[in-house]
Write a protein that binds this ligand. Structure first.
Ligand code: NAD
Ligand code: DAU
Length: 354
């Protein structure tokens, strides 16, 4: 079959990646979509069961640290687009083992940049290296204000420092070698297939199992939440219509203090589970704070809105309700991803913190 384009999506078996893969495979049957993923603890091919038999979907198990594997994949598929999501993505794990983040997020990204540069060999027309990043690179906000594309980088965790470093390398390859690059920086995503180490899916899983809900510090930290399918839509728009060498901020215009979000989640779960009002709130347990915890994130997403016409498509209440329903309908998925390594991590993170 002759394909119009070939896009390699790294990290396609992860949380955001599977939504991007699904959207592009279904929306563009004339594109060949190659999911390149090492299948770490966070990558799961169960996330893509509904697309794995599509004729335009391909999977390659490979680590972005493995230069030979990247070369083999570039020779085999001759991609003209890269959407780079593969990363170590959890702040708490980055505090426990920062080097994993240096290897994958920094060195892995540079490996991928080198491979694209070598294979595209200065023939950059219709090529794009699109790097997916985070608002955490900007550091923390006070009570007011928003992150714009001009906000200086000030990362505070090993995770955000590794993402900031990867962003700098991507930008530098654009400037130095004229590699056609775009970067986007998004706020906190939530939705189906979110690994239950992150706040929302962890708390949904714990409510299902009537386990404590560990709120860090005073719970008054603020995040700007975006439904993952809206992030995938933004990535599609930026990939097709974004300006080369530019950056775009993506956010939900949807700020929540953690404790208010947790209380809303408890209320919605009690309704859906048929519990008496207030049942799940009793599970809230304040625990020792995350070191270097960023107080507040909030994205000014007016540039992508004005230039590309992107807006979030669902309200937080709709997105959260759909998300909870998905977890309640997919308890087997939850059971699979929380067996094995997850138990070891949970013990280390929540029971041996001092
Ligand atoms: P995730 O942890 O759910 O998935 C990461 C994926 O990358 C997994 O499939 C994993 O197997 C793969 N991977 C990890 N190391 C690899 C390696 N060395 N080689 C190849 N594959 C590897 O992450 P996510 O939440 O889906 O985030 C995806 C990207 O989006 C990341 O770059 C992250 O920094 C960024 N981001 C995430 C959020 C969020 O709220 N989750 C928000 C903004 C930006
Ligand atoms: O802002 C984008 C970032 O959002 C992404 O780049 C990261 O990959 C993603 O993990 C996310 O980072 P956060 O650290 O904001 O997400 P997390 O779900 O870990 O935490 C959200 C908030 O909830 C944060 O203030 C810490 C708090 N928290 C988290 C956990 C896991 C708790 O209070 N208790 C918990 O057990």
């Amino acid at each position: 079959m002759n394909f119009e384009r070939t896009i390699v999506i790294t990290g396609g078996a992860g949380f955001i990646g599977n939504h991007v893969v699904r959207l592009l495979v279904n929306k563009y049957p004339s594109y060949r979509i190659v999911n390149l993923d090492a299948l770490t603890y966070a990558g799961n091919l169960e996330n893509l069961r509904d697309v794995e038999d599509k004729p335009n979907y391909y999977f390659e198990r490979a680590n972005i640290l493995d230069k030979d594997a990247l070369e083999r994949i570039f020779v085999l598929y001759q991609p003209d687009g890269i959407i780079h999501l593969a990363a170590e993505s959890h702040v708490d794990r980055s505090i426990l083992s920062p080097m994993d983040f240096v290897y994958t997020n920094v060195i892995g990204t540079v490996n991928l940049l080198n491979t694209a540069k070598y294979f595209w060999n200065n023939s950059f027309e219709n090529k794009l290296f699109y790097h997916i990043s985070t608002d955490e690179v900007y550091g923390a906000l006070g009570e007011t204000g928003f992150f714009t594309e001009e906000t200086p980088y000030a990362p505070n965790s090993p995770y955000s420092a590794s993402k900031a470093s990867s962003d700098h390398f991507v930008r530098a390859y654009g400037e130095t070698y004229h590699l056609p690059v775009i970067i986007s920086n998004c706020s906190n995503n939530y939705g189906p297939y979110h690994f239950p180490e992150k706040l929302i899916p962890l708390f949904i899983n714990n409510i299902i199992h009537k386990k404590p809900l560990p709120v860090y510090g005073d719970g008054k930290y603020t995040r700007d939440w975006l439904y993952v399918k809206d992030h995938a839509r933004a990535i599609d728009m930026i990939f097709h219509k974004g300006k080369i060498h530019d950056t775009y901020n993506i956010g939900g215009f949807n700020e929540w203090q953690n404790i208010d979000l947790v209380k809303l989640l408890c209320k919605m779960m009690d309704e859906k589970l048929g519990n008496a009002a207030g049942t799940s709130e009793q599970l809230i347990t304040y625990v020792k704070d995350r070191p270097g915890h960023d107080k507040r994130y909030a994205i000014d997403a007016s540039k992508i809105s004005k230039e590309l016409g992107w807006e979030p498509s669902v309200t937080f209440e709709q997105g959260l309700s759909e998300t909870i329903d998905w977890y309640l309908e997919n308890t087997e998925w939850l059971k699979h991803v929380t067996s094995g390594e997850y138990q070891r991590y949970y013990e280390l993170q929540y029971h041996k913190r001092d």
